[in-house]
Ligand binder design. Structure first.
Ligand code: 5GP
Length: 296
């Protein structure tokens, strides 16, 4: 079949739009070179911008500083991407492989640490966050006894002192601390796996543990949950019928010290309304990279 005959005007328009597309690609490559755009951002933009979708993968990779032609070709060979492939022709796994090779951290989920004084409502927020979002909420280990409504493996892993200590010795905790007469720790493996799988992770822990995470992990974002007022916090602690009076007094004194730690955190959120806190936390973590390919 013969190609359709174009009128001179149509031909002029087609030429003009091809020129604009070339200019856009040149501009995008220049921005990648200057570090103003990442390869990942360009690949994302290709989903909506046909001119970018037509860019050759090799040219895109070469424009990133530090990747010469040889490295770009080696990377493409490893991912079985033909040298003439355009972005629009990349398969889902090739896209993810490219992003992962260029920036292994781009695939990881965000690690959010929610801390604050005992009784401020961290666990209610964590439970709601789990229901409402794609966050993976870590289940801690503790040596304290379960409360009436708590279940082993759901609320906590309830361990004996010996079991807890054995895990400390095997370096199985990402962080651990003593709190009001009991030990609490975050199992390391689950958190690492979830982050590797690209899930956003929430740790709901007390201040000392949050400090340990800060010391060992640059990627963590620390959020301090603050009560609307000190009186409100006292009322909440007093309302905990399940604790003995000595334990309540201990918790109150601790809470006083804990409130002073707010300045060490990246963000302070006032727990005036659970839904608002949950929304604020969701906004702090980027959406997970989806596995969906382009829609054309
Ligand atoms: P509760 O005994 O009331 O469940 O928790 C007491 C405190 O321990 C709370 O402030 C809670 O956030 C904290 N906590 C729970 N799990 C962990 C953990 O794995 N590590 C640390 N450091 N604190 C935890």
């Amino acid at each position: 079949m013969l190609p359709p005959q174009l009128t001179p005007e149509e031909r002029a328009r087609a030429l003009e739009s091809a020129t604009q597309a070339r200019r856009l690609r040149a501009d995008v490559k220049a921005k990648v070179k200057k570090g103003e755009l990442s390869v990942g951002q360009v690949i994302d933009r290709a989903n909506n911008e046909p001119a970018i979708a037509k860019m050759r993968v090799l040219e895109l990779l070469e424009s990133q500083t530090g990747i010469g032609k040889i490295r770009a070709i080696a990377l493409m060979d490893r991912l079985k991407i033909s040298h003439s492939r355009r972005i629009q022709g990349l398969g889902v796994h090739q896209r993810l492989g490219l992003l992962h090779s260029l920036d292994p951290t781009s695939m990881r989920g965000k690690l959010l640490v929610l801390s604050g004084p005992g009784g401020v409502g961290k666990s209610t927020v964590a439970t709601r966050l789990k229901e409402k979002s794609n966050f993976w909420v870590s289940i801690s280990a503790t040596t304290r006894s379960p409360r009436a409504t708590e279940r082993d493996g759901v609320d906590y892993y309830f361990l004996s002192e010996e079991e807890f200590e054995a895990r400390v010795q095997k370096d199985e905790f990402l962080e651990y601390a003593q709190f009001a007469g009991a030990r609490y720790g975050t199992p390391r493996d689950g958190v690492e796996k979830a982050l590797r799988d690209g899930k956003n992770v929430l740790l709901e822990i007390e201040i000392e543990g949050a400090r340990q995470v800060r010391a060992h992990s640059k990627e963590a974002l620390l959020v301090f949950l603050s009560p609307p007022s000190w009186d409100e916090l006292v009322a909440r602690l007093e309302a905990r019928g399940s604790d003995s009076p000595e334990r309540r007094a201990q918790r109150l004194e601790l809470a006083r010290q804990e409130m002073a730690a707010a300045v060490e955190f990246d963000h302070v959120i006032v727990n005036d309304e659970v839904e608002r806190v949950v929304e604020a936390l969701v906004l702090l973590a980027p959406n997970q990279r989806t596995l969906s390919g382009p829609s054309y």
